[in-house]
Design a protein around this ligand. Structure first.
Ligand SMILES: Nc1ncnc2c1ncn2[C@@H]1O[C@H](COP(=O)(O)OP(=O)(O)O)[C@@H](O)[C@H]1O
Ligand SMILES: [Mg+2]
Length: 177
């Protein structure tokens, strides 16, 4: 299953990210049993980090959501799952994926969002859903391709969220300290 999105501006990218985030709680059983892997492909500046930031905001993450370009990994603890945001742009070879010990994080209970998945080659566990970004004259084009049934269910739920925003309310963010 695949779906094309035309994203005329930054807000449209954020709306897609937020829909994927709001669709995640309903996938909790899949995450608990198998984990879930999102691949994010596309040039520098295409909007991969912007999308993950909106996804995390929709799940109630309020602090900074930094690009993992230098750290390779930024972890986020959510109430029912752990979320790992990776960026493998700086990998010199796929072997770095294994030597960094990242394989163990692709596990039940964890959602992994991976920028530059191709730089980990076939060491990377197969993504459930891949978003491929293309920079257009104005805006972006994203093809979302589900590679597993779990990925298809997530994508379908996100599309439903976008067409019917009231289908499910986002989790209530914790009160500011
Ligand atoms: N649909 C869009 N149209 C135009 N600009 C966008 C769109 N989505 C995101 N952007 C902008 O493009 C840039 C994307 O940066 P970033 O998310 O860091 O890219 P990446 O992680 O892919 O390298 C940001 O400046 C963001 O505001
Ligand atoms: Mg990025």
């Amino acid at each position: 299953m695949s779906h094309d999105f035309t994203l005329p501006d930054e807000d449209a990218t954020a709306a897609l990210g937020a829909a994927l985030g709001r669709a995640l709680p309903a996938r909790a059983a899949d995450v608990a049993a198998h984990g879930l892997v999102l691949g994010l492909s596309g040039d520098l500046g295409a909007g991969k980090t912007a999308l993950v930031r909106a996804l995390l905001r929709a799940l109630g993450i309020r602090g900074p959501v930094k690009s993992p370009t230098f750290a390779l990994l930024e972890p986020y603890a959510l109430s029912s799952l752990d979320f790992y945001h990776f960026d493998f742009y700086r990998f010199g070879s796929p072997a770095e994926f294994s030597s960094a010990g990242f394989r163990d994080l692709f596990a039940p209970g964890n959602v992994c969002a991976v920028e530059w998945p191709e730089r980990a080659g076939d060491r990377l566990p197969a993504p459930d859903l891949v978003l491929t970004f293309r920079v257009m004259d104005a805006g972006r084009h994203v093809t979302a391709a589900a590679r597993t049934e779990r990925g298809a269910a997530w994508l379908q739920q996100a599309i439903a969220m976008m067409t019917s925003p009231s289908a499910s309310m986002p989790p209530t963010p914790p009160a500011a300290a």
